[in-house]
Ligand binder design. Structure first.
Ligand code: ACO
Length: 326
């Protein structure tokens, strides 16, 4: 039966110019390229300048996504930014992005905080609004300046994270209503809030007027991430009436190469079908998926018509998946 679907019109990404290698880190804390590479797969990450805010990363990524989509900013009627590192406590970073892009058409603007799953959560919100006919065109962004909430004296966490932004433009169109359609074929989001304290900021504006630093039980996050990432793919595949063999590319949340390896094995996906950017992005939380998506479209790995499976997992715990034909 014919139905409205959200098509991916275009993507864009932006990384700060400052690159920090593992060797650079080994001059700050007691660590080594060997330890970081073997435990995480990370080689380098990008770090925002002191006066380079999350909104600036968003705007740079969004401008590319808008240009690649061949739309005008006035066509956007919803701006949604997934981030845990907003410019201000309020208003939303989405509102700042709208202001900086010069959007004056009354487009709705809001942020989503679902940590590393933020882009998947934001995409589900935008997709549902498009399919309900409430909006036509959404600018969906995942962006972080995690370096600003990183304790640079804590080697357990500071080696893991990076800064960046990825943006996607989604627009409604009338589709056939089956899995040969272009666009978002399924989404699903989840949480297990009993893990609220396992991965968190150690402060908060309501608690002590500070944003705090990243705090986590790394082993527990590792253990829980694998089944969550698998579930995000398996259940969305089933919703889309597809199987793992239909996937052209899998984009997992980029936290740790060992997590990605395990998930790919459990899904019976060869690593040749898995997008890996954690080596040069580090873990960029909500930016991780859209950065990997936009970079892989730009470098030609992902081609029009490909079926992409996405899954992400992060603080909350939150997790989720998307199946999209680009
Ligand atoms: N350099 C050198 N040594 C280190 C470092 C470092 N940067 N960090 C920790 N160590 C030491 C520890 O102190 C410990 O030493 P000890 O044995 O003398 O006590 C030793 O290395 C082993 O530490 P473990 O914590 O056991 O190391 P593990 O193999 O579990 O790897 C890691 C740690 C990489 C954090 C892993 O648990 C992990 O990736 N977890 C997932 C966490 C994650 O990705 N979080 C991101 C946010 S959540 C998300 O995005 C899904």
């Amino acid at each position: 039966m014919r139905q409205i679907r959200s098509q991916l019109l275009g993507t864009g990404y932006f990384l700060p110019s400052k690159v920090m290698t593992n060797d650079d880190l080994s001059r700050i804390v007691d660590t080594s390229d060997e330890w970081i590479s073997t435990r995480t797969g990370i080689k380098s990450r990008c770090i925002a300048a002191d006066d380079e805010y999350t909104s600036a990363l968003c705007v740079n990524a969004a401008k590319k996504a808008i240009a690649n989509s061949e739309i005008a900013v006035e066509d956007i009627d919803f701006i949604i930014v997934a981030t845990v590192t907003p410019d201000n406590t309020f208003p939303s970073t989405a509102a700042k992005v709208g202001k900086l892009l010069g959007i004056k058409n009354g487009a709705a603007a809001m942020d989503v905080n679902a940590a590393c799953s933020g882009f998947v959560y934001a995409t589900q919100v935008a997709d549902n609004m498009i399919r309900l006919g409430q909006i036509k065109t959404a600018l969906v962004i995942g962006a972080e300046t995690l370096s600003k909430i990183t304790d640079w004296t804590d080697r357990n966490t500071c080696v893991l994270f990076g800064d960046g932004a990825g943006a996607a433009v989604l627009a409604g169109y009338e589709a056939e209503g089956n899995n040969t359609d272009k666009g978002i074929l399924a989404t699903k989001i989840y949480s297990d809030v009993s893990h609220y304290d396992t991965l968190c900021s150690d402060s908060g504006v309501s608690i002590n007027q500070r944003s705090g630093f990243i705090h986590m039980d790394g082993k527990e996050v590792f253990r829980m991430a694998i089944p969550a990432l698998v579930q995000g793919v398996e259940e969305t595949l089933s919703l889309a009436n597809l199987t793992a063999s239909d996937i052209d590319w899998y984009i997992p949340h980029q936290a740790n190469l060992r997590i990605i390896d395990s998930v790919a094995k459990k899904l019976n996906l060869p690593m040749e079908k898995v997008i890996v950017t954690v080596d040069h992005h580090g873990n960029t939380s909500a930016a991780s998926i859209p950065l990997a998506l936009a970079e892989s479209i730009e470098n030609g790995k992902i081609k029009p018509g490909n079926i992409i499976a996405i899954s992400s997992m992060g603080a909350g715990f939150t997790w989720g998946g998307i199946i999209i034909r680009v």
